[in-house]
Design a protein around this ligand. Sequence first.
Ligand SMILES: [Zn+2]
Ligand SMILES: [Zn+2]
Length: 238
Amino acid sequence: MSGTLNPKGAQDAKFWRTTRHYDMSSEKEEAREEVLLTAEISKCLRRHCGDGGDMFDFAVESILADVQEDGVPKDVDEASCRWSSTLEDCELKPFDDDDEDEDTSELVVNMYGELIEGIQGAMAEARGDVVEYLSSDQCEMCERVAPLTRHHFFPTSEHDFFKKRNLCPPDRSLHEVAAVCRPCHTAIHGFADERTLGESYNTIESLLEVEQLRKFAHYMSKQKGGMKKHDNALRHAK
Ligand SMILES: [Zn+2]
Ligand SMILES: [Zn+2]
């Protein structure tokens, strides 16, 4: 593994993967990550598929190994490509609690979506960088009501840089934050490095002008929990 950090402003969905290796300094952190990931994956599978019998632990370990090897899938389609045969082999199928004839494909999408979200949360928690969950409310990017995290429009790690060059507009504060859900937050940081974000993408509107982020936010807005309390910038982003 090369572990190189992306060049400045690279629009690379694999950013998450490279930073993970870059930040992972000690074995202790890796072990902690593994514990958190295992707990999260099994919690999610249990919620969607039940206990599943003998093969349950094998399914959890396979997904864990795959994530450790190749990083977090970038979307539900990729997750399904990588994990569906394991889940089938282990006879794990998402079931429907309320017995209505809900489309199974929707159950599958919800399960993979939740797995991705849970895995991202567990990894972030292992790195100690997002302990700060706010209470659930509407994400400023995707409009879903979900647990929120703080995104600093001018990332704290670059404050010295912004101050020295006077890059913060006079009517703004270096401490302005947006409240965004974990998947949207990860997508924002996957799109560009912190300096580029602070210099060029320091409003929700400018983030939603980026096609890949706007598409992601639209996609997330259709996922579970997508009940809208009020319209936000996504509505006006075309
Ligand atoms: Zn969101
Ligand atoms: Zn952020």
